[in-house]
Design a protein around this ligand. Structure first.
Ligand SMILES: Cc1cc2nc3c(=O)[nH]c(=O)nc-3n(C[C@H](O)[C@H](O)[C@H](O)COP(=O)(O)OP(=O)(O)OC[C@H]3O[C@@H](n4cnc5c(N)ncnc54)[C@H](O)[C@@H]3O)c2cc1C
Length: 464
């Protein structure tokens, strides 16, 4: 082995956690090495956020043509799946190429290979040793397998499900009612599959606000996607006419069989630490396999940080990005803390988005909770766009008027939630949100009106 090459900072992984960390480190004057075992850009750019959003957009465009019949636009659309796949790949390539360019432009050295710890501040890649004062672990996550449903030709993970060009199954079972299951389920439904989605918990999106999650489920069901909550999949058998899947009530008891052509398992993801040699670095993991970190993103080993999916939930790209910046700033001698509101979005049509405390969480935390709601059916802008489903729900503290949380289902919810996130970061009151002039007609007025509704003074609905 050659003498060890040394850096100020080594970042392992170039997903949404790793590449911003590497860039911020370089901006702060550190000599940075980024190591990537697979594709630059990680899960989000290659097999996560970006390709699913591209497919959702294509599926939505197709769906809008049906809606457009209502205002006289008649078309007989035909979707070329090969072309769709190529367009999706083009979007991914453009973005991952962009990230590689940004790393290079910031003078981050990019090394292709799998990194393993040799000691507290040393890694080995392709048989060579590399050392640094600080290391950031950003190795991400992988699909969680489900007992009774080993991944294979008939049982897909999310990565396989993205390859629509290989055919749309006539009948698809989606196991898991989280963001990934809902988004991929809707893509397949809109591209022509008969989709059944099952969720073990009593409602889809079990971590979010129940009322808006139920509204999203109803909207998906109205479109024809079958959603079954409080249900689990026990196992399956392949027969001539398809895959016979045994379903059972979550509490046990009643059983039934459904027959499908493919199964998508989307029950969650698990942190990726296998083969990393964390024990050699003195980095501890918790019982679920996540690397333990504090608010500075420091692990149990001094100078070693962990960020993104490998560190802790929620498993979201924007959370990983900010954690990357915090870790890099601390590696450069600053004192940065992760103390941020993390919004989450489901990019179905209609979209679901939420940030802050749900009603139940706020009550548990001891607030005297007040809620204001505004339905998109009363939004002029939503009507002009042909989609008036959903509502905005604002959760506030009755005593101080402090804004505590915002949840919504409706068009562009993912864009609208950024304003709510800023409001929470600024310590806005519900009145602040109501006093802000929102352009008319826009969907964003729904936020202002929901805030006004909390004080029983919304204008475009009756305040009861
Ligand atoms: C289908 C799907 C859709 C999603 N959509 C969204 C969305 O719309 N919005 C959102 O916020 N989140 C979304 N996510 C989640 C998002 O992709 C993750 O939260 C995000 O990618 C986490 O970033 P990360 O940097 O922690 O890890 P990853 O993106 O997993 O990147 C880790 C990188 O590290 C590399 N690596 C691992 N081990 C080593 C090693 N030992 N040596 C060198 N390199 C290594 C891997 O090859 C990988 O490139 C989605 C996920 C999926 C699966």
């Amino acid at each position: 082995m050659d003498p060890m090459k040394t850096y100020d900072l080594i970042v392992i992984g170039t997903g949404p956690g790793g590449y911003p960390a590497a860039i911020r480190g370089a901006q702060l004057g550190l000599r940075v090495l980024a190591v990537e075992a697979a594709e630059v850009g990680g899960v989000c750019l290659n097999v996560g956020c970006i390709p699913t959003k591209a497919l959702l957009h294509a599926a939505e465009t197709l769906h809008h043509l049906k809606v457009a019949e209502g205002f006289g636009l008649k078309a007989k659309p035909e979707l070329d799946l090969k072309k769709l796949g190529a367009w999706r790949d083009g979007v991914v390539k453009k973005l991952t190429g962009g990230v590689a360019g940004l790393l290079k432009g910031n003078k981050v050295e990019l090394l292709r290979g799998f990194a393993r710890f040799r000691g507290p501040k040393e890694i080995e890649v392709n048989g060579e040793a590399y050392g640094a004062k600080s290391l950031i672990i950003a190795t991400g996550s992988e699909p969680m397998p489900l007992k009774g449903f080993p991944f294979g030709e008939d049982v897909w993970d999310s990565t396989r499900a993205l390859r629509v060009e290989e055919g749309i199954p006539k009948r698809l079972l989606v196991i898991g009612g989280g963001a990934v299951g809902l988004e991929l389920g809707q893509i397949y439904h809109r591209l022509g599959s008969e989709v059944t989605l099952i969720e073990y918990m009593p409602e889809i999106l079990p971590a979010g606000d129940r009322e808006t999650a139920a509204l999203l489920r109803k909207a998906l069901e109205k479109e024809g996607l079958k959603a079954r909550t409080g249900t689990k999949a026990v196992g399956y058998e392949k027969k001539q006419d398809g895959l016979h899947v045994l379903l059972e009530a979550a509490q046990g008891g009643s059983q039934e069989e459904i027959v499908v052509d493919k199964i998508l398992v989307a029950v969650g993801r698990r942190p990726r630490t296998e083969g990393l040699g964390l024990e050699k670095a003195g980095v501890k993991v918790d019982e679920r396999g996540f690397i333990q970190v504090n608010a500075r993103m420091e692990t149990s080993a001094p100078g070693v940080y962990a960020i993104g999916d490998v560190a802790r939930p929620p498993l979201l790209a924007h959370k990983a990005m900010k954690e990357g910046l915090v870790a890099a700033e601390n590696a450069a001698g600053k004192n940065a803390l992760f103390d941020f509101q993390v919004p989450s979005v489901v990019y179905t049509g209609p979209e679901w988005a939420g940030v802050g405390l749900t009603e139940e969480e706020a009550e548990k935390a001891g607030y005297k909770v007040k809620v204001g709601k505004f339905p998109f059916s009363a939004s002029g802008r939503a009507l002009t766009l042909g989609g008036a489903e959903g509502l905005v729900k604002v959760v506030g503290d009755a005593e101080t008027d402090l804004l505590l949380g915002v949840f919504m289902v409706g068009p562009q919810a993912g864009e609208l939630i950024a304003e709510a996130t800023l409001a929470l970061e600024m310590g806005a009151t519900v009145s602040d949100l109501g006093l802000t002039i929102h352009p008319h007609p826009t969907l964003s007025e729904g936020l202002m009106e929901a805030a006004e509704a909390l004080h029983k003074q919304a204008i475009h609905i009756l305040n009861r």
